[in-house]
Design a protein around this ligand. Structure first.
Ligand SMILES: Nc1ncnc2c1ncn2[C@@H]1O[C@H](COP(=O)(O)OP(=O)(O)OP(=O)(O)O)[C@@H](O)[C@H]1O
Ligand SMILES: [Mg+2]
Length: 268
């Protein structure tokens, strides 16, 4: 679903991502962990057209993302058609929710489908209501974001991401801005999406999510994927650097041992 080859990104000459290669299969849930400044957000932003790579290639479902390298090694722009194709194929959920403050919950959700996908308004509303029901927010459809808790806002943001019927959802620390007691309600929805087979790339500090829900975990440091593997491989045989990173994260102490699949969900 996502294929990244030789991705480099520098800001004013300073490398932030170096030679990243990554393949993500359809239906896979991949967690990305690593210290602050490692380049995790930049990687997601390159996949979602929010940053332009310095070099390298990204494809989503076989379609090149924004720029591709031509025979002379130059990056060339994609057509507007492909940009809008990508906009509807890859959704992103941000740490700070980024809902439109002057629109109601329902308006936030139908905006993309109506304006970008040109879906008739009534149809978009009907679909939005189903999604709001799914994230437990139907009762708040006429509220404005400012009147919602952080957990509620993030659930709306997830419904908004789903409304585009994307092939992939990228999550950038979706629970980091939440009060601890609100984290669970957002994680539960992410677990549900994972179970339904959504392809998800999740930058997270929630090690229980990384360990119990993901198919694969990547540890990024200094712009490179320095270690990747199944949660079992990553958490039971972490290398020295990853071990010290895990120690710096709260809640790391119960990471040893494997859980049978059925108990994964309850343990998030
Ligand atoms: N627009 C920008 N201009 C200049 N430097 C940037 C820009 N965006 C990111 N950087 C730098 O790139 C590096 C990687 O940033 P990035 O946000 O990808 O890290 P991160 O792994 O997501 O960190 P965190 O865990 O703190 O969110 C940092 O050194 C950051 O300062
Ligand atoms: Mg970040």
């Amino acid at each position: 679903m996502i294929r990244i080859r030789g991705l480099n990104k520098a800001f004013k000459g300073s490398p932030v991502l170096s030679d990243v290669h990554l393949d993500i299969r359809e239906g896979e849930v991949v967690s990305i962990i690593g210290p602050s400044g490692a380049g995790k957000s930049t990687l997601l932003r390159c996949i979602n057209l929010l940053e332009v790579p310095t070099s390298g290639e990204i494809t989503v479902d076989g379609q090149p993302v924004q720029y591709k390298t031509n025979a002379k090694g130059k990056l060339s722009l994609l057509s507007q058609f492909k940009v809008s194709w990508l906009r509807t194929s890859v959704s992103m959920v941000f740490q700070q929710f980024h809902l439109w403050p002057n629109k109601t919950v329902l308006q936030n959700i139908i905006e993309g489908p109506v304006l970008v996908k040109k879906i008739p308004r009534e149809e978009a509303v009907a679909k939005a209501e189903i999604l709001l029901e799914k994230v437990g927010m139907l009762g708040k459809k006429l509220e404005y974001p400012a009147n919602l808790s952080g957990g509620q806002q993030q659930r709306v943001a997830i419904a908004r991401a789903l409304a585009m019927e994307p092939k992939v959802i990228l999550f950038d620390e979706p629970t980091s801005a939440l009060d601890p007691e609100l984290v669970h309600e957002v994680l539960e929805i992410m677990v549900k999406l994972a179970q339904e087979g959504m392809t998800m790339v999740v930058v997270t500090h929630e090690m229980n999510f990384a360990r119990n829900v993901s198919d694969r975990v990547l540890f990024i440091e200094n712009g490179r994927i320095v270690k990747e593997g199944t949660p079992h491989e990553m958490f039971n045989h972490s290398n020295a650097r990853m071990g010290s990173f895990l120690k710096s994260i709260h809640g790391h102490t119960d990471l040893k041992g494997d859980l049978p699949y059925e108990s994964r969900i309850q343990s998030v």
